[in-house]
Ligand binder design. Sequence first.
Ligand code: HEC
Length: 217
Amino acid sequence: MSSQPDKNFQLEQANASDDSIQQTHAQLLQTKPEKKDGYSFLPLGILGLMCAAVFFGSIYLAHNSVRFDPLVYSESAKREKPGAVANVALTRAQLGKRVFATTCIACHQANGLGIPSVYPPLAGSEWALGNEERIIRIVLHGLNGPIEVKGSAYANVMAPLGEVLKDEQIANVISYVRSEWGNAASEVQPELVAKVRAATAARKTYWTAAELQQVGP
Ligand code: HEC
């Protein structure tokens, strides 16, 4: 009795043809779960999250970022730009305020009053408000020696700024000086600065007040 199962098994084995064995193997192979060779959903999820972050980040930036406008940050930017930026155009004096704040303010002060007996005032100064070509010369080549401003005498030196500032910047800062602190003189154009610069190109020393007095009325 005990040998019965073995006998059956042998019979079954004997009955199995090559074809049926191959078929069985094929079935077994197919139903085997696929091998996951280092394949995981976790990095895919992280990648998806990163894509979403970039996507929504871009939308956020597009809606909330401040547009860079050269007119706001550069005093030498062209004012008459056609198109959408035209409405933020600054006047020459407004652009000149930036030049003043970096180049003149240390001596002539934010209130344009200078420092008594050291730095002369620009507010109400006959030199600032008078002949344009005189103040252009002062900024280009500097000023040396005794000068009377608003009835007070100064005997100091102002260094030349012609090498540091471009024609446009000089026109802007002079326009600012001539229209700030109650001053109300005409705007100065860069073309005039260029003209004076060319006409005085040979000048190597600072001006004196006496020399400047001879420049026009
Ligand atoms: C380092 C100090 C200093 C700086 C910077 C300076 N100045 Fe002066 N400025 C003087 C002094 C000092 C005098 C008087 C010189 C003298 O005594 O002969 C003067 C005189 C003047 C005068 C004629 C007198 C008057 O008060 O009106 C003008 C105009 C003037 N400066 C404009 C400017 C402008 C515009 C800038 C900037 C672009 C500038 N200065 C930058 C020191 C300075």
